[in-house]
Ligand binder design. Structure first.
Ligand code: SF4
Ligand code: SF4
Length: 84
């Protein structure tokens, strides 16, 4: 059964995305306040190719404030303060 995106926006905040010049732990400039993509029809391939997976299920079970930190820990990425 496919895993659905519950539109938490974590994958638009946590990882670095070189195509967008986005550093780790910083919200994408295109991420709207409602956690939706502001350029959805024109988003780059790296975003189009990102598919919800088991991590999304785990994120869904966490409080919103804990999601980015969990994502970073899973991928061994530094948090935003460490990345400066
Ligand atoms: S982290 Fe997963 S559930 Fe959250 S917006 Fe990204 S794909 Fe959707
Ligand atoms: S371009 Fe859209 S989908 Fe891609 S990281 Fe930014 S807000 Fe998310």
């Amino acid at each position: 059964m496919p895993i659905s995106c519950f539109k938490c926006g974590t994958c638009c905040i946590a990882p670095d995305i070189s195509t967008l010049g986005k550093p780790v732990g910083v919200p994408c400039v295109h991420l709207r306040a409602d956690r939706r993509c502001g350029i959805y029809p024109d988003r780059p391939a790296v975003c189009r190719d990102y598919a919800p997976d088991e991590l999304c299920r785990a994120l869904h079970g966490l409080p919103p404030a804990a999601r980015v930190g969990h994502y970073l820990a899973v991928f061994g990425l530094p948090d935003a303060d460490d990345a400066k």
